[in-house]
Design a protein around this ligand. Structure first.
Ligand code: TYD
Ligand code: MG
Length: 458
């Protein structure tokens, strides 16, 4: 038996060091490096240390690229918001990671998903390492899904889980809640450390491929990085979804960040209520719900999340600063992107904001990643500075370049259609292509440069 090896592993990114250090050079996090004992046989995450039981390789069959291949077979839950985020259902024989803050609703979502699948005749196993059977049953009762035939197992040992799964007759889907509770016999480190998480995840991914079951791994993200974040698992699995929400808001967003079998950037929107998560079929209505259209500094952005248009309000507050260095605070958008829009407003439009504090907020706690929001942000900033409200029935979208030009963005037609559906009658946007026609009865105003927008708004 080889001697156990001591390694120092960053719990945030998984980088391995031979000695302890305060800061991880790979990801820049502090105090995340923890001593772990690695079984030389297993290696760190099955690394190159295959010292034990060396065997001769077996020749494998070489195949051509052409040949029979079916669409990825899927397990469809019937919960539209979930199926959209997974790209049309969970894929058999693949592993999917659902990450999110503790308490955001991952277990609730998966309990509802497994129940929906069981109702459609699929055999589903829910492995709870985090909660006792009684707790899971209580949740199932609260969600009114206790009678659906989901099989439950409260277990944290990887070998025991695999033994049980192999005995169960070919489940269609297995949920592991959560990977941080897993521990494997061969690994000395505590549950939740990188080595344990990686070893457990690897074994379950192998099980998924071999058995053809869809395996869902739940992972908590902690800001402190003390517990191995699911980031080390992200590279190993086929799809990664994040379940997000803002404190104080009831809605939750399931966001696809990686998907080998479907599009990324998709979102599913849910609302957390007394009896679980409810689907939100029209998120724009939710995000525009508490809108105060008559106040200066608010602009409605017609955005896209994956294949779906989402309208959100962007709120800006520009106020004279008492400080030498004025404040710039952003919630829900990119700080460098705001700095760029401010610089373009200064340089090309004569809008002086150098002695003003600037606060920018995306209403409802939504997070935007699209550069297409530039134009709406600029409109909100100018409106706040001038103190005059923007037309309440107008939407904005378009990307701004450093030269001040307004660039076209994808899916203009879809954005406009959504705006029209929600009662908006005008839009300010980049030059439309010839195939879009004459949307909003000609009240879609094309702006070629940011100065054009400022002239319209101010
Ligand atoms: P949970 O699914 O346990 O979160 P996670 O698995 O991500 O840690 O959900 C936790 C929160 O959701 C908890 O604060 C209670 C709330 N909740 C509801 O508001 N309604 C419900 O029907 C359920 C089941 C939970
Ligand atoms: Mg949970």
């Amino acid at each position: 038996m080889a001697k156990p090896k001591i390694s120092f592993i960053c719990q945030s990114c998984g980088a391995v060091y031979t000695r302890w250090q305060g800061k991880c050079d790979a990801c820049g996090e502090w105090n995340t490096i923890v001593q772990e004992q690695v079984d030389a046989g297993g290696g760190v995450g099955g690394g190159p240390m295959m010292a034990r039981g060396r065997r001769k390789g077996r020749a494998s069959e070489l195949l051509s690229l052409a040949g029979e291949s079916d669409e990825a077979p899927r397990v469809v839950s019937g919960i539209d918001e979930l199926d959209r985020a997974t790209g049309g259902g969970f894929v058999r024989g693949s592993a999917l990671l659902i990450g999110g803050d503790p308490g955001i609703g991952k277990s609730t979502l998966l309990m509802q998903a497994t129940a929906a699948l069981a109702r459609r005749g699929h055999s589903v196993i829910y492995v709870s390492g985090e909660e006792a059977v009684a707790q899971v049953r209580l949740r199932a009762q609260r969600l009114k899904v206790a009678d659906t035939g989901v099989k439950l197992m409260a277990e944290t040992n990887v070998e025991d889980i695999l033994a049980t799964l192999n005995e169960a007759r070919r489940p269609d889907l297995v949920v592991i809640d959560s990977i941080q509770t897993l521990w494997s016999d061969g690994v000395e480190s505590a549950p939740g450390t990188v080595t344990q998480v990686r070893t457990g995840a690897q074994a379950l991914i192998r099980y998924a491929k071999a058995s053809g079951a869809a395996v869902i791994l739940v992972g908590h993200v902690t800001k402190e990085g003390q517990i191995a974040g699911p980031r080390v698992v992200e590279h190993m699995v086929d799809a990664v979804l994040y379940f997000e929400g803002e404190g104080g808001h009831h809605y939750r967003i399931l966001r696809t960040v990686k998907n080998r079998f479907g599009p990324t950037d998709e979102i599913g929107v849910f609302e957390m209520g007394d009896s679980g998560l409810r689907e939100v079929a029209n998120p724009s209505e939710l995000f525009l719900g508490e809108r105060n259209a008559s106040s200066p500094g608010a602009a409605v952005f017609a955005g896209m999340e994956g294949t779906r248009p989402v309208l959100v309000e962007i709120q800006a507050l520009v106020a004279p600063s008492a400080l030498g260095t004025p404040r710039r605070a952003v919630v829900g958008w990119d700080q460098p992107r705001l700095a760029m829009v401010l610089a373009v407003l200064e340089a090309h439009c004569g809008v002086r904001l150098g002695s003003h504090d600037v606060y920018l907020n995306v209403a409802g706690g939504f997070r935007i990643s699209e550069p297409a929001a530039d134009l709406a942000v600029a409109a909100a900033l100018v409106s706040s500075l001038s103190g005059s409200a923007l037309p309440p029935d107008c939407v904005y979208f378009g990307e701004v370049s450093l030269s001040g030009a307004v660039r076209a963005v994808a899916h203009a037609g879809q954005r406009l259609k959504e705006a029209e559906k929600l009662g908006f009658r005008q839009a300010v946007l980049p030059a439309l292509g010839p195939d879009v026609g004459r949307p909003l009865d000609g009240r879609a105003f094309e702006v070629e440069t940011l100065p054009h927008l400022v002239a319209r708004v101010a």
